[in-house]
Design a protein around this ligand. Structure first.
Ligand SMILES: Cc1cc2nc3c(=O)[nH]c(=O)nc-3n(C[C@H](O)[C@H](O)[C@H](O)COP(=O)(O)OP(=O)(O)OC[C@H]3O[C@@H](n4cnc5c(N)ncnc54)[C@H](O)[C@@H]3O)c2cc1C
Length: 420
């Protein structure tokens, strides 16, 4: 039987980053996953490290958008009708957190994490010799209508007050940056400080490589076997039982599988999302990720091709894939950029990849102690920004666990906010 100071459950970008930060502080650390590092949700994202994030994705405030979603005509969101009663309480809480004043509050509470996002990736990628995956080109958000662009004014004002760099562009200026975009939009905003990743899987694997180089050990195992063997925590692994003094649960959308049997219930829901890779036609190319704001999809240049990612789908995490949003958004995507044939081979999930963004209704992650269980820590619920916030989360949690002064007040991310 092996024994370690800390067991980290989940080798996504969040768990791997936590593990690196802990081992760097002199602890013996074991990283446990049932698969390889970065092969879960962290594999299929749009690759944007968006430290510029201000407002979280919000519940739609206008009836026209809601009606289109309800009628299953919107590319922005899809839902499984039979799942709605189950997710209804979460949606009610999400809607409440989407009121304008609450969005501003969230922007301020999340700022310390986002402000560290790029610098923490810079530090980790340098140590892991993974800088080649990071592109310092920012990202572009496109707006097809005047109304959509006008709706940005509050966000841009807040960005100015927080000193977050962005450059509003007209169509021609945006096309000077990305000449392959067709002139089907009117406005763009270039968020210049964002960094994009050409291969999110390779980046997480590189961070896992850094963890190993620092003496961290990785095990194959099922996190659901976690139980107490006083005074330790124990997990069964392919190499036998593994005991740890502390455990970090960084299981992304699989968090409930482990905490609920321990009597901890947190309001985590998933916003499922899909991607497909395409070749570009002819000489068409993109230097940076591009969001078509009104259609809710992203075109992200990756080593595998152009990755087309969808918005949210409200469905049970493990329900069979229903990638209907592609039918709704592909005409707009093809109008904007010359997508060629779909690239068939994907390592995880065939032609269409399905992932699940782990989301709390207030769009804040949980980082810190688990309620009512000594030695149990949580790093989860990073929603649309897990890639962005993995290393910043790793540093914060490692500082908390080792008694160092945390670089920001962790109170806004405490699980207790959900405990009555
Ligand atoms: C379409 C899409 C686009 C996105 N785009 C972006 C973006 O551009 N920028 C950004 O910052 N974020 C983006 N995200 C969000 C981001 O991908 C996630 O927030 C992030 O990957 C979550 O990381 P994680 O480490 O918490 O979870 P995961 O990467 O899912 O890691 C959890 C790990 O737990 C393991 N696990 C689960 N159950 C068990 C078990 N029983 N036993 C052992 N191991 C287990 C899994 O194998 C997995 O490796 C996007 C998400 C989607 C779906």
């Amino acid at each position: 039987m092996a024994r370690t100071d800390v067991i980290v459950l989940g080798a996504g970008i969040v768990g791997t980053s936590v593990a690196v930060h802990l081992v760097k502080r002199g602890l013996s650390v074991a990283l446990v996953d049932r698969g390889g590092a970065g092969e879960g949700t962290s594999y299929g994202n749009a690759g944007i490290i968006e430290g510029n994030t201000i407002f979280p994705a919000a519940f739609p405030s206008d009836w026209a958008t809601l009606l289109r979603i309800a009628l299953k005509r919107s590319p922005i969101a899809n839902y499984h009708l039979t799942f709605l009663p189950k997710v209804a309480p979460w949606l009610v809480a999400f809607r409440a957190a989407s009121q304008p004043a609450r969005l501003v509050e969230t922007a301020h509470l999340m700022r310390p994490l986002f402000a560290r996002a790029v610098s923490e990736h810079d530090a980790l990628s340098a140590e892991a010799a993974a800088e080649r995956y990071l592109r310092r080109t920012g990202w572009l958000k496109l707006y097809r209508t005047e109304a959509a662009f006008a709706g940005l004014s509050r966000e841009l004002e807040l960005a100015a007050s927080l000193g977050i760099a962005n450059v509003p562009l007209d169509r021609d200026a945006a096309r000077a940056l990305e000449p392959s975009l067709a002139p089907v939009f009117r406005h763009a905003v270039h968020w210049t400080g964002a960094v994009s990743v050409s291969n999110p899987l390779a980046l997480t694997r590189a961070y896992a490589g850094r963890f190993a180089a620092l003496g961290g050990l990785s095990f194959a195992g099922d996190a659901r076997t976690l139980h107490r063997v006083h005074p330790h925590w124990r997990v069964e692994t392919a190499c036998g039982p593994l005991d740890g003094g502390d455990v970090v649960i960084a299981l992304g959308p699989w968090l409930p599988d482990v905490i609920e049997p321990l009597g901890i219930k947190l309001p985590l829901a998933v916003k499922r999302g899909y991607h497909r890779h395409f070749r570009a036609q002819g000489n068409a190319a993109l230097a940076r990720p591009v969001l078509d704001a009104e259609n809710g999809y992203c075109l992200a240049p990756m080593e595998q091709g152009i990755r087309l990612t969808t918005g949210a789908e409200f469905a049970a995490r493990d329900a069979p894939p229903t990638p209907v949003q592609f039918d709704r958004l592909l005409p707009a995507a093809r109008q904007l950029f010359s997508l060629g044939e779909a690239v068939e081979a994907q390592p995880f999930g065939g032609k269409t990849w399905l992932g699940a963004r782990p989301c709390f209704p207030d769009s804040r992650p949980v980082i810190g102690r688990a309620p009512s269980q000594a030695g149990l820590w949580l790093a989860c619920g990073h929603a649309h920004w897990g890639l962005t916030l993995g290393p910043a989360t790793g540093r914060l949690l490692a500082e908390m666990m080792t008694g160092a002064t945390p670089y920001c007040d962790p109170a806004p991310y405490a699980a207790e906010r959900f405990i009555q």
